[in-house]
Design a protein around this ligand. Structure first.
Ligand SMILES: [Zn+2]
Length: 121
């Protein structure tokens, strides 16, 4: 289950285009722990766009009813792994930003503003 998100999901593409139009330059396909979706090397910023199901968004993430014990454990491990990855990357001196894919879809401009504010500091 290392590659749980598809490469070019649409909200992520829109997000990247919006960042680019704000003059924010990033790289893709990082090999850092957890494979961040975007890397802004100059600012030591990493961005993850997390899918609501695999990373268990508090609003939309839910445990499937069938096979619930299996899913509960599997999804809990994903969430724990995200936390470990965050810690590991922070220890390496990165600022880690995580956004929910569903959030990116609905509040794209707010999220882009947030990233722009942080990167301009
Ligand atoms: Zn959600």
């Amino acid at each position: 289950m290392s590659k749980v998100k598809s490469m070019n999901t649409k909200p992520e593409v829109l997000f990247r285009k919006a960042l680019w139009s704000q003059g924010i330059r990033y790289r893709l396909h990082s090999t850092l722990p957890g494979k961040p979706d975007l890397v802004i090397p100059k600012k030591r910023i990493l961005i993850f766009i997390d899918g609501f199901f695999w990373h268990q968004c508090p609003i939309h993430g839910s445990i499937p009813i069938s096979n619930s014990v299996f899913w509960e454990q599997k999804l809990r491990r994903n969430v724990e792994r995200d936390q470990n990855v965050n810690q590991c990357l922070e220890d390496l001196g990165w600022l880690v930003l995580r956004f929910w894919e569903c959030e990116v879809k609905k509040q794209l401009s707010d999220i882009v503003d947030t990233v722009a504010t942080i990167t301009n500091k």
